[in-house]
Design a protein around this ligand. Structure first.
Ligand code: NDP
Ligand code: A1CAB
Length: 267
């Protein structure tokens, strides 16, 4: 596959790193920053361009990896050279109808990836409208499968849903990790030890949740001895509304995805 990324920032780099490890693809990246171009070429051995190619072919796949706010201008400038290339947009919010209007093509798949793609542990939600063919869907899924797990969504609003779960989710997890490391430091552990204690705990808990036949609520109950220490911590979390805050945060995240789509898709 010949894949051209438009935008070589955080998420594009994460996907490119997985594709390069897999091998067998021709990858180029269009990126305005000279420093980022040099870094991408050096780290991944990809072709880094300042401007999009003069013409794309029907067999090409173009991955739109710029910020949602940059997407309209990027699509309008791509339209004359796009030909009939398949477009994969990883941008939050902006819907297929607006993309199709700006690109003059509806051969589009939307994807919501996440940054653990960088280490091959990404989770991506994909949506393709009815007119997109099976081989285009397979190509889009193959790109994302190179960096992790792939889930097809039945409706485009599923992209907003999954943004609130897995797209933004790594930041929620890092927030929890950061909070625990800060408290471990406050208890007197040095930075490296605090990090190992907390990351080891996450690693172990996730591995146990994946391997166990028990659901996570039971696994939590198994740590929580009656009258013991964990019970106090969980009681404080509940009293402070931590679970409700996490759920409300996810709802706000989803609402922002919808709002971005409404604001940025107007014309
Ligand atoms: N980060 C994440 O966890 C996730 C991000 N996404 C989506 O991925 C997209 C990219 O996000 P992210 O990688 O974090 O953002 P970044 O800002 O890291 O990357 C965007 C890149 O696009 C470059 N750029 C700007 N204008 C153009 C242009 N005209 N042509 C080519 N490149 C251009 C930017 O350069 P410069 O900095 O010089 O402006 C920047 O390097 C967003 O739409 C986001 O919604 C989706 C899922 C997860
Ligand atoms: O914060 C954002 O808007 C992007 C989309 C999902 C994760 N990062």
């Amino acid at each position: 596959m010949q894949i051209t990324f438009i935008g070589g920032g955080n998420m594009a780099s994460a996907i490119i790193s997985g594709l390069v490890k897999q091998g067998g693809h021709g990858i180029s990246v269009v990126e305005p920053s000279a420093d980022k171009r040099a870094q991408l070429a050096q780290t991944y051995g990809v072709t880094a361009l300042e401007q999009p190619p003069q013409q794309l072919s029907t067999d090409d796949v173009v991955v739109l990896a710029v910020k949602p706010q940059q997407l309209k201008d990027v699509c309008l400038s791509l339209a004359p050279v796009l030909g009939n290339a398949l477009v994969v947009s990883i941008a939050a919010g902006v819907g297929i109808a607006a993309l199709a209007r700006w690109l003059g093509s509806d051969r589009i798949v939307r994807v919501m990836p996440n940054t653990p793609a960088m280490v091959g542990k990404g989770v991506s939600g994909l949506f393709a409208p009815l007119g997109v063919g099976a081989s285009d869907k397979k190509n889009a899924a193959d790109i994302m499968a190179a960096v992790g797990r792939v889930f097809w969504l039945e409706s485009e609003s599923g992209i907003d849903d999954i943004t609130a779960i897995s797209g933004s989710g790594p930041a929620y997890v890092f927030y929890f990790i950061e909070s625990m490391i800060a408290e471990a430091r406050a208890l007197g552990f040095d930075d490296a030890t605090a990090r190992q204690l907390v990351l080891g705990t996450f690693d172990g808990a996730v591995a146990l949740a994946k391997q166990s036949d028990l659901d996570v609520a039971t696994l939590r109950a198994n740590v929580t001895s009656k009258g013991g220490t964990t019970e106090r911590a969980i009681a404080r979390f509940e009293a402070e509304g931590v679970k409700a805050a996490i759920q409300a945060g996810m709802q706000d995240c989803r609402a922002r995805s919808v709002e971005l789509g409404q604001i940025l898709s107007q014309d």
